[in-house]
Design a protein around this ligand. Structure first.
Ligand SMILES: Cc1cc2nc3c(=O)[nH]c(=O)nc-3n(C[C@H](O)[C@H](O)[C@H](O)COP(=O)(O)O)c2cc1C
Length: 409
């Protein structure tokens, strides 16, 4: 059952986190398996003559959100609502907030955000909307709020807010992750270590399609000098970063650039009746002999891996091995979908070995080769043959793995 956590994260200025812990969700964006759940973070800042709300929560949890908000402030007293990104997991409760606010608050966001809010919730919601441009500053309650556009992190509407005097970055989706961390901030190293793989999975599934913008936007923020000096990063999902604020953007940069973890090789395969699997056992054995660490995801008649988990493993892998059967003169449907998402969301310059099995005419290997040609990945070799692997197939498979490993080193 989703819970709400309300905690003061900063005393001067007074900032409260309102975090909805969504453990009911199964498929984020109706697609990505997230048994780890997700949080929706909003923040309330109380200043001398202003009360500022940064984002809201998913519409399903409007009542929970309003209850928490009312404990902190009479919604009528909210003077400004900053909308960093209009995706409904952050904006769903906005119409209700405005209704209880009596439409007094000024809403602040990009021109894109204004149009999207109007489309999602109607004209009334944007009546008092103030469009801000990239780099624009506003004085609110004695503080300087600088708004910085970070387009495609994760939509074209997205911006972050930098509170200049206090060096606080309200970063919405940028800096966020899946999971429901047991603490609210990064003070516990163990919590951070458990959380970061969920961040990687979030980055690739949610922002991966635009991953070049991760690198570009972080470069932009670094050039503005606000990341190095940030005292706190307050994202729209997951942990608040106040012990080591740099860490989350360093992690984003590593994922964006696809920096590998030494010796990690991602192995993905389908096998309907065990013929591909027989090949993969040889491949995995050879990888281990060469001191590589295979991470294996499979699709069989007994198990199906979550595609979101597979995608989360790609950025820090040194190389990929794809095992595939030919299915109705095409790539097996499970692998077809996985590859579609890999090439779309995690398109990195990494070597790939294809291992295939077929019955009467191999097609899958050739089709994957074609897909690799139009991606950033590099084809090392294709080892494809009929049915049960013969002795000479085994030698070719081991040779293929050796080629892949020498490509990495
Ligand atoms: C539904 C289905 C469709 C298949 N389509 C083809 C095909 O179009 N061409 C081919 O050469 N083999 C085809 N095969 C045979 C498999 O590719 C072959 O048996 C392969 O060894 C399967 O490996 P696996 O048991 O590890 O999945 C098909 C098999 C099945 C069950």
């Amino acid at each position: 059952m989703p819970q709400v956590r309300v905690e003061k994260v900063c005393s001067d200025p007074e900032v409260h986190l309102i975090r909805i812990d969504d453990d009911r969700i199964k498929y984020f964006e109706a697609t990505w398996d997230i048994p780890e759940g997700i949080t929706y973070n909003a923040y309330l800042m109380k200043l001398k003559d202003a009360v500022v709300l940064f984002d809201t929560a998913k519409g399903d949890y409007t009542d929970l959100f309003m209850e928490a908000l009312r404990k902190l402030v009479d919604p009528k007293e909210i003077t400004h609502i900053i909308v960093h990104h209009t995706e409904p997991d952050h904006s769903g409760a906005l119409p209700k907030v405005l209704e209880e606010n009596g439409y007094r608050a000024q809403i602040i966001g990009t021109a894109f955000a204004r149009n999207l809010l109007q489309g999602f919730y109607g004209e009334k919601v944007v009546e008092n909307f103030r469009v801000v441009n990239d780099g624009e500053e506003m004085q609110i309650g004695g503080k300087t709020f600088r708004f910085i556009a970070v387009p495609w992190l994760h939509w074209p509407d997205t911006m972050i807010t930098y509170v200049v005097e206090d060096k606080l970055i309200f970063s919405c989706d940028a800096g966020g992750g899946y999971g429901i961390p047991e603490s609210i901030d990064d003070s516990d190293g163990k919590v951070v270590e458990e959380y970061l793989p969920h961040v990687t999975k979030y980055i690739v599934t949610v922002i991966g399609h635009y991953h070049k913008y991760i690198v570009q936007n972080i470069k932009k923020l670094k050039e503005l000098g606000i990341i190095e000096s940030a005292k706190m990063i307050l994202p729209g999902h997951g942990l608040v970063w106040r012990k080591n604020p740099m860490r989350i953007f360093e992690h984003y940069e590593r994922v964006g650039a696809g920096i590998p973890t030494k010796d990690k090789v991602l192995v993905i395969y389908d096998s309907m009746y065990g013929f591909v699997e027989g090949r993969m056992e040889i491949v995995i054995d050879e990888l281990k002999k060469l001191n590589k660490k295979p991470i294996v995801y499979r699709f069989t008649d007994k198990e199906a891996s979550a595609v979101s988990d597979i995608l989360g493993e790609v950025p820090d892998s040194e190389a990929l091995i794809i095992g595939v059967s030919t299915y109705e003169a095409d790539i097996h449907p499970r692998i077809r979908y996985v590859l579609y998402e890999i090439f779309d969301k995690t398109n990195y310059e990494k070597p790939v070995l294809i291992v295939g099995a077929f019955g009467w005419g191999g097609v899958a290997g050739k089709k994957i080769e074609g897909l690799i040609t139009t991606s950033k990945f590099d084809l090392v070799d294709t080892v494809e043959s009929r049915g049960m692997p013969a002795k000479e197939d085994e030698e070719k498979l081991r040779e293929g793995v050796r080629k892949l490993v020498s490509w990495i080193s």
